[in-house]
Design a protein around this ligand. Structure first.
Ligand code: HEC
Ligand code: HEC
Length: 286
């Protein structure tokens, strides 16, 4: 019995040797292409990249990531990426490009093949740890007071406490950039985060304000929680859910650019900086 097991393992080892050997030969024949495919499976392929690769990586980044992370990677709706390769390692960043971060707006980026994705990692590696993170010119302690005195907690949860009309902010400091957070305070509905849990995530958010009028003349207003071919589900300001059959609906108006969150443009720039500095300290689990 144990002998059989041993033989099985031996046969397996031989097969591994065989299959492991075949691509190496192919790689030798294919030259560079095979070589980079092999290094991709091990170590850090960015080590072998040329200035041309890094430049291509920059262009790939601008095309596929810049919309959310800023064209210079200093952040937007997504976080600042300066220093991220040091933080997560080259494989870690590559894996985020391939697999995304489940449950967030960071979806797998399928528009880049593996080689291009590695070029992006190589480009990110050249960026210093600076811009974004360290440029918030505010006082987090004052920001925390402003958070309390402006009623933010009525709608937002931090560390398990607070309302649920808006999204929880427990991990907001690692998910967004300071620039974006300041924009939210001034004009909350302008550039809402895409919601990966809903179809067509680029257009919709979980907090899209929607007005539904039924054929018998009733009006419902709330955030659109869910929608399919048959029903639309709204959650109103009081937190009640309304499930409306589409067969009964006269009109559905999606109010893009509007938000339940009031603008805080009445706060001074310094106060907003303080608030943003506080929000950037919230890096907890989301
Ligand atoms: C649709 C918007 C969007 C696009 C496009 C996008 N990202 Fe992201 N990305 C995000 C958001 C939002 C987060 C933060 C997720 C969270 O933690 O909630 C994120 C997080 C990340 C992180 C983790 C950051 C950290 O500090 O650990 C990396 C790395 C990253 N993105 C790289 C990329 C790269 C590289 C591309 C392009 C190939 C890309 N992203 C494209 C929105 C986007
Ligand atoms: C009346 C409810 C309400 C109040 C009060 C409120 N917000 Fe919001 N907030 C929301 C909603 C709803 C959203 C979702 C964005 C949207 O409407 O598309 C949001 C979004 C946000 C976001 C963006 C979250 C993300 O994931 O990108 C931040 C940051 C934020 N609010 C901070 C604050 C701060 C700071 C205050 C207090 C100064 C505040 N909010 C007050 C309802 C509120």
């Amino acid at each position: 019995m144990s002998n059989m097991k041993w033989m099985g393992a031996g046969a397996l080892a031989m097969m591994v040797a065989f299959w492991g050997g075949a691509p190496a030969t192919a790689a030798a024949q294919q030259g560079q292409r095979g070589e980079s495919a092999q290094t991709a499976a091990q170590g850090d392929p960015t080590e072998h990249m040329t200035p041309q690769d890094i430049n291509d990586g920059k262009l790939n980044f601008q095309g596929s990531c810049g919309e959310c992370h800023g064209v210079d990677a200093s952040g937007g709706v997504g976080p600042n990426l300066h220093g991220v390769v040091r933080k997560r390692g080259p494989q870690g960043v590559f894996s985020i490009i391939r697999n995304g971060l489940p449950g967030t707006a960071m979806a797998p980026v399928s528009s880049l093949n593996d080689k291009r994705a590695w070029q992006v990692v190589a480009y990110l590696k050249t960026l210093g740890p600076e811009p974004g993170e360290t440029t918030v010119n505010g006082d987090p302690a004052k920001g925390k007071e402003l958070f309390a005195s402006n009623g933010c907690a009525a709608c937002h949860e931090v560390d398990g406490k607070g309302g649920a009309i808006g999204p929880p902010l427990t991990g907001i400091g690692s998910a967004r950039s300071p620039k974006y957070l300041d924009e939210v305070l001034v004009d909350p509905g302008k550039n809402p985060p895409a919601d990966p849990a809903l179809p067509d995530r680029r257009m919709w958010t979980g907090y899209l304000m929607t007005k539904v009028v039924t054929k018998d003349g009733k009006t419902f207003t709330g955030v659109r929680v869910n929608e399919d071919s048959f029903v639309i589900v709204l959650r109103d300001m009081a937190g009640s859910y309304h499930t409306i059959n589409k067969a009964d609906v006269q009109s559905i108006d999606k109010e893009f650019g509007k938000s339940y969150m009031p603008s805080f443009s009445r706060l001074s720039q310094q106060q907003r900086n303080d608030l943003v500095a506080y929000l950037m300290t919230l890096k907890g689990a989301q």
